[in-house]
Design a protein around this ligand. Structure first.
Ligand code: HEM
Length: 404
């Protein structure tokens, strides 16, 4: 179900923190694309870019648009030169940091994980057993990516649920307050302490995981010498990989299963042809991606649609809006698992394009295939949905599955 379009003269206030808009941001996005493709929010002092072509051009342009002020609106006031988070870096530093972990995420490396991902998925679904009502987020979509990324990183089984809970708390925002809550701040500190313990342990007892590799690799510094990553850098890597590889897949699958319950014909098509699952993932990334915008700061004045985005401005590249741009996708509000998609921006684009895209695709495809093989028909009642709220991650924290 999609809400009717907003009137052309409606005074639209796009607030990325609004719980109300987050319920269904698509009418607002449509209005922005049609009437204010270079939108400025005077209230919160940011610009928003919503059309597909503009967004594509902005995401590849790391000369005129920097990631170094962070990529979430609430943190974008100042540069973060000392961060170890590659997602907040520009070249050449970004290239060096990305190269350190990119080998672990190549299609070839990820293909080897396929049997393990099936095994992990089946294990969780077996534990659901023959219950007729369960929360597919809590019992499945949150667990699968956490287990997979933990295997890759070397986070032991007994701490995974805790890491997940802490990263959820870290992202949560209260209405009207974009800054992290005291609980979120406490979670960041606790997570960092825990990652510190893990790093110490791997330094003492190296193993065959990405974490051990990070304790051993060297990066070239600006003066050409080579040095090991600091503990703080490694903590930031773990934080980025554990949160990026977790929340996003969890949310993508929640949205996808919800769309399939609202579109039973699409679900039936997937049941009849499980080979369509990979395309259903791409369609969800276009239709309602977990990451709704990528924040950047303009390094120079940028003209756009007759306006001037000034140097220093905070700019949101709203890929959530670009996926519904009818200039690019015909009948964009229709969820269609067979849609031919040559390119979407659900994983971002350009040098920061999602490092875990191949892994996310594989996990999500396997999850759909395993779930629909067990429950080809299910209901999600209207009161069985809860949304999580954060500034740029969109999706459900709870989705009640009812099976016959
Ligand atoms: C459906 C799931 C996922 C979605 C929608 C998603 C989305 C994104 C997006 C939009 C970006 C670009 C950020 C920017 O341009 O500022 C990104 C970057 C990134 N993603 Fe994902 N992601 C997903 C899964 C994963 C997984 C499973 C991992 C695994 C580790 C991961 C790791 C990363 C990392 C490390 C970056 C930063 C890359 C860089 O800065 O070069 N993501 N992701």
């Amino acid at each position: 179900m999609t809400s009717p379009p907003l009137a052309a003269d409606a005074a639209v206030d796009y607030d990325p923190y609004s719980y109300e808009i987050d319920e269904d941001p698509f009418p607002v996005y449509r209005w922005l694309r049609d009437h204010a493709p270079a939108y400025y929010s005077a209230e919160q002092d940011f610009w928003a870019v919503t059309r597909f072509d503009d967004n594509l051009a902005f995401l590849v342009d790391s000369e005129r648009l920097t990631s170094t002020h962070s990529t979430s609106l609430e943190f974008m006031d100042s540069p973060k030169p000392d961060t170890g988070l590659m997602i907040w870096m520009d070249p050449p530093r970004h290239n060096k940091y990305r190269a350190l972990v990119s080998k672990a995420f190549t299609p070839r490396a990820i293909r080897e994980l396929e049997p393990a991902i099936h095994r992990i998925a089946r294990g969780h679904l077996d534990r659901i057993g023959d219950r007729s009502s369960f929360d597919i987020i809590e019992d499945f979509t949150a667990r699968l990516p956490m287990d997979v990324i933990s295997e890759l990183l070397g986070i032991p089984e007994e701490r995974r649920a805790w890491v997940q809970h802490a990263s959820n708390l870290m992202l949560h925002r209260e209405p009207g307050n974009p800054m992290p809550t005291p609980e979120a701040m406490a979670s960041i500190v606790e997570l960092m302490e825990y990652f510190g313990e893990l790093i110490d342990e791997r330094r003492k007892r190296p193993s065959n995981d990405t974490l051990t590799r990070l304790t051993q690799v060297e990066v070239e510094t600006e003066d050409g010498t080579r040095e090991r990553l600091s503990d703080d850098d490694i903590r930031q890597f773990l934080n980025l990989l554990a949160t990026a590889g977790n929340e996003t897949v969890t949310k993508l699958l929640g949205t996808l299963f919800h769309e399939l319950s609202r579109n039973p014909d699409e679900r039936a098509a997937l049941v009849a042809d499980p080979g369509l699952a990979a395309n259903a993932v791409e369609e969800t990334l276009r239709f309602d991606p977990p990451s709704q915008y990528q924040g950047r700061v303009a390094t120079v004045d940028i003209p756009l649609h007759g306006r001037m985005i000034p140097a220093g401005a905070r700019v949101l590249c709203v890929n959530g809006a670009s996926g519904r741009d009818e200039r690019k996708f015909p009948d964009p509000d229709r969820f269609d698992v067979r849609r031919e998609i040559d390119l979407h921006l659900g994983f971002g684009y350009g040098r920061h394009i999602c490092l875990g895209a191949y892994l996310a695709r594989m996990e999500s495809r396997i999850a759909i295939q395993e779930v629909l093989a067990r429950w080809p028909e299910y209901e999600i009642p209207a009161d069985g949905l809860e949304r999580m709220h954060s500034s740029n991650v969109r999706g459900f924290s709870s989705v009640r599955f009812e099976v016959a």
